[in-house]
Design a protein around this ligand. Structure first.
Ligand SMILES: [Zn+2]
Length: 294
């Protein structure tokens, strides 16, 4: 299995997601330990101007700027320039002997608890999910592996290894104790996994249920550009709970229920995420599958 030499903990990729930004402060104040024996750890705030302005981003979403295709675009926004500088400063290009893992910390307004987002289904990540789930049974493990690593636009995919920790529900711009503790717990579990994996002391890991992203659900828009439906009240706040075939996901302004579930069951998440407001995304859907690790 891969040996990780360096972990870079990233926060403030979205400037109004405060749990990660305050974990970075706790690390700098020596109040939260992220050091382990088999790798070096550093933390970094990414979009300083967005943090100062307490906003997700100034011009474009920094966490959608890192696909191979995007990397060749001209730097015509604050975040585009920032993405190019980030790569130049932090990505270990061509350094074959050194493996770096990015852990990018995010908050969501959706009721997703502590969710570990894994962007590849290979053994390193499948075992990470198993280890985190073993340490933290309340964790949700979400694979978004429908794209290749090169096609992924998330900041944590800028180097060879990366994951995201997404914790909610927390309103953007606010800081809650429970979400801060959940994020610390999941970050510690990921760091412990890397340590045990590096030292070859993982022991036996159990198979576990994980969610696999399938699609986003768009909110219908009328001829005036306004929404003609919203998330159905039956699923608001029920991220990762099952919705069965025929059960409604949306409800129109007139009260008509819309199902859209054409599989036997689906698991909505990022339900009513406020950052997806401009894109009119109601939620994402996932399948639940058993992950076999041994
Ligand atoms: Zn975010």
């Amino acid at each position: 299995m891969v040996k990780i030499n360096n972990v870079l903990i990233l926060a403030g990729t979205h400037g109004n997601e405060l749990s990660g930004i305050y974990i970075d402060k706790l690390i700098r104040d020596n109040l939260y330990n992220v050091q382990r024996s088999s790798f070096t750890s550093f933390s970094k705030l990414v979009n300083l101007r967005a943090i100062e302005c307490a906003t997700r981003y100034l011009e474009t979403d920094l966490n959608r700027e890192f696909s191979n295709e995007k990397n060749h675009e001209i730097a015509n926004s604050h975040e585009k320039l920032l993405s190019q500088n980030f790569i130049a400063e932090n990505v270990q290009q061509g350094d074959q002997g050194n493996n770096q893992l990015f852990i990018d910390l995010h908050n969501t307004t959706s009721n997703m608890g502590a969710t570990l987002i894994l962007l590849s289904n290979d053994a390193f990540y499948k075992k990470m999910g198993a280890y985190v789930k073993q340490q933290m049974p309340e964790a949700n493990i979400l694979f978004e592996d429908e794209k290749t690593w090169e096609e992924q636009a998330y900041l944590c995919t800028a180097d060879k290894y990366g994951v995201m920790i997404e914790v909610g529900a927390q309103a953007h711009g606010s800081l809650q104790h429970n979400t801060l503790i959940l994020m610390q717990k999941m970050l510690s579990a990921v760091l412990d996994y890397v340590e045990q994996s590096n030292l070859n002391t993982l022991g036996s890991l159990k198979n576990y249920d994980a969610f696999y992203f399938t699609e986003e659900v768009a909110i219908p828009i009328d001829q005036d550009g306004l929404r003609s439906a919203m998330v159905h009240p039956g699923i608001c706040g029920k991220d990762f709970e099952v919705v069965k075939h025929g059960e409604p996901l949306l409800i129109t302004l007139q009260g008509e229920e819309i199902s859209r579930v054409d599989t036997p069951e689906t698991y909505p998440h990022f339900i009513n995420e406020s950052a997806y407001c401009k894109k009119h995304i109601a939620m994402a859907l996932a399948d639940k599958r058993l992950v076999v690790v041994e």
